[in-house]
Structures are given as C-alpha cells and as structure tokens.
Design a protein around this ligand. Structure first.
Ligand code: FAD
Ligand code: NAP
Length: 313
C-alpha cells in the first residue's frame, strides 16, 4: 500500500498536519514519531502564549490531548526513527531505522530542532550527570540547591524562572549584558530575588567528581574567571534544525535548503520538491512558536490534500 501522506515528526506541526489531512479526507496517513508525540514543548515548564490558554500550564499539559484528537479522525501513529526520505518515479520512500521502508504519495516533514551544546570543557563528560538541557526533567534533582543557567534567550530565562521556584538560587550566566528574551520575561527575571545575573560571562569549564558536577568556572569578557559552586548546570543556547532525514546517500539534500540547514519553503509550505512540504521550526524564517508550527501543519496539510487529489484523480 502507498500512503496518501507520510508525516515525519509528531510535534505541534506534525500533529496538526495529521489532524487536517485526516479530517480533510486523506485516507491513509501515518505519522512517524521517534518518541512520545508532542515535540520539544513537552520539556517546557510553562506556556503562556498559546491562544486561549490562560491558567498556568506546562508544555505537556498543552500537548497531551493532541494525539487523541488526531486518532479520532484516523491518523495512524508509528513510533520509529526515520533515517531518510527519498523520491523516485513520483513516489516517496520513507526509510525506517530498522531497515524497512514505506511508500507515500506526499510527505509533510516537521522534525523540529534539538538543543545545541555550548562547547565548554566538561560539557559532554558531565552531560546527564549535572549538565542538562531540560529544567522540567531534571530541576527537581536540585530542590533546595543552587544551580547555574547558561543563555540569554526566551528558553534560558523562562527555565531560570522555573528553577528559581525549586532551587535556593539560580546563577544566570549570559555572554552579553542585554537579553534576547521577551521584555516581560526579562522584567520577571530582574525582580526575582534568588536569581543572580552573571553577565558578560561565558562558561569555561564544568568540573566535578564521580558523583557528578561540583562547580562551573566562568570567564568574563575581560578574561577574569570566577568559580560558581553548583551541582547542576542547565544550558539553553538555542537549537539546531533536525534535517538529517533529508540527506541523501550522496550527501546532498532532497530539497533546497539555506546555509543554516533550514528547509526553503514558500508561503504554502511547499519545498522545491513536488509533494514534499516542510513545517515548523525546521523551515526558513520560522517564528519558532507552537502556534506557528501548528499553523504550518494546517497549511501543509491543505496543500497535501490538493496535491494528492490532483495526482490520483
Ligand atoms: P518539534 O516540537 O521539535 O517536534 C519535532 C518532532 O519530530 C519531535 O517530537 C521529534 O522527536 C520528532 N523527530 C525528529 N526527528 C525525527 C526522526 N528522524 N524520525 C521521527 N521523528 C523525529 N514556543 C511557544 O510558542 N511558547 C513557549 O512558551 C515555548 N517555550 C519553549 C520552551 C522550551 C524549553 C523549548 C525547547 C521550546 C519552547 N517553545 C515555545 C518553542 C516550541 O516548542 C517550538 O517552536 C515547537 O515545538 C516547534 O514545533 P515543531 O513541530 O516544528 O517541532
Ligand atoms: P535563542 O533565542 O537562539 O537564544 C540563545 C541564547 O544563547 C542567546 O542569548 C545566545 O547569546 C546564547 N548563546 C548561544 N550560543 C552560545 C554560546 N556558545 N555560549 C554562550 N551563550 C550562547 O534560543 P532559545 O532561547 O532556545 O529560543 C529559540 C526560539 O524559540 C526563539 O525564537 C524563541 O523566541 C523561541 N521561544 C519562545 C518562547 C516563548 O515565546 N515564550 C519560549 C522559548 C523559546 P546571544 O544573545 O549573545 O546571541
């Protein structure tokens, strides 16, 4: 059987594409998601800018009902890592990690992005042993203790605020003296008493022992170092686009990409390859928001329905 549409990635973009393709009449649609559906927002301790959501809710609270809503309209979900998407004779082939393949008339890809490593000494060695990229997952381990947060964007500041509620103190280490995060979030940081700003400073080394991290050495822009005694270091320095599934055997990409590795799309989420649509954080000029990723998923789904209709009828 050839799928009408294969959806790669089950974040807000992929799930919304699943909802709209199935509800819009495509019969055989499978969403391939390597983990639990919901995407990276599942790691967020708080979301306050999704329309209609007022109370204090976590990313997981927001995303939990989405898969069930899609399944109601017939979306199938397979938990598998997709290693490659190829196209020949007008048919896409989805290559799964176990070596098997599935064919599809159209593909909507929304594999999102992953946390970037900062690059300081000890970061890899202590990853999972005191160095973390997820406050909701690991913050509780540092209840009543001091931690450091690296970064100056929305993620770093929001997660610093979350950690400040659990931990006795949060050192917010940022390489400049102004923040990229939303002004409202910066204001909240500044009035939180147990957050100390360590500005114009970058992490130099994280160190520890067999039990885990014991401290972080930071260096300021004048070259002076400071040791911060903490058992936990949370890094939030942006994300890299997950574009690996589009890399072909000869190393080229299946469709046109920009220099940052983001998929080039038009306003209908069409890529340079007919029948292939890219959505959410992985596409050019993405606002990197749940609401925009969901919007992309809906746009791509409507396009995929027209594409498949035209192709098969
Ligand atoms: P993702 O959410 O990244 O989902 C991609 C999915 O694809 C993942 O589930 C992944 O497992 C899957 N996948 C990847 N590769 C493969 C593969 N090869 N095979 C199968 N599956 C694969 N946005 C807001 O609007 N408001 C906020 O408050 C907010 N807070 C945030 C807090 C944090 C801590 C983070 C990290 C992000 C936050 N964002 C927020 C941004 C928001 O989460 C993203 O913009 C959004 O999730 C992007 O959705 P997406 O579907 O494009 O990708
Ligand atoms: P980001 O906006 O790219 O910010 C990354 C931060 O890390 C920047 O402050 C950057 O410093 C710093 N940084 C990068 N590399 C570094 C290095 N090697 N050493 C030290 N510091 C480094 O990433 P993000 O905060 O994860 O946000 C990603 C996107 O998701 C953004 O578009 C954001 O708006 C969105 N998002 C939105 C919300 C929300 O709407 N509530 C919440 C979370 C995320 P510089 O500032 O000096 O470059």
């Amino acid at each position: 059987m050839i799928l009408d549409c294969a959806i790669i990635g089950g974040g807000p973009a992929g799930l919304t594409a699943g909802l709209y393709t199935t509800r819009g009449g495509l019969e055989n649609v499978t969403m391939f998601e390597k983990g639990m559906p919901g995407g990276q927002i599942m790691n967020s301790s708080e979301i306050e800018n999704y329309p209609g959501v007022t109370g204090e809710i976590t990313g997981m609270d927001l995303m939990m009902p989405w898969p069930e809503q899609c399944q109601k309209f017939g979306l199938k979900h397979e938990m598998v890592n997709i290693v490659r998407v190829t196209k020949s004779n007008d048919i896409f082939t989805i290559h799964k990690e176990d070596g098997t393949t599935v064919q599809a008339h159209s593909v909507i890809i929304g594999t999102g992005s992953s946390p970037r490593r900062v690059g300081f000494s000890g970061e890899d060695e202590f990853f999972g042993k005191g160095v973390s990229t997820c406050a909701t997952c690991d913050g509780f381990f540092y209840k009543g203790k001091e931690v450091a947060v690296i970064g100056g964007g929305d993620t770093a500041l929001e997660e610093a605020l979350y950690l400040a509620k659990i931990c006795s103190k949060v050192y917010l280490v940022h390489r400049r003296d102004t923040f990229r995060a939303a002004p409202n979030t910066v204001a909240r940081i500044k009035r939180t008493e147990n957050i100390e700003l360590v500005l114009n400073s970058s992490p130099d080394e994280v160190y520890g022992d067999a039990m885990g991290v014991t401290g972080l050495r930071v260096k300021n822009n004048d070259g002076e170092t400071r040791d911060i005694t903490v058992p936990g270091v949370f890094t939030f320095v942006g994300n890299d686009v997950n574009n690996q599934t589009l890399i072909q055997e000869d190393g080229s990409f299946l469709c046109d990409m920009n220099k940052a590795g983001e998929v080039i799309v038009d306003i209908s989420m069409r890529t340079s390859v007919d029948g292939l649509f890219a959505t959410g954080d992985m596409r050019i000029a993405a606002p990197k928001q749940v609401v925009s990723a969901a919007g992309d998923g809906a746009v791509a789904a409507l396009q995929a329905i027209s594409y498949v209709d035209e192709k098969l009828n």
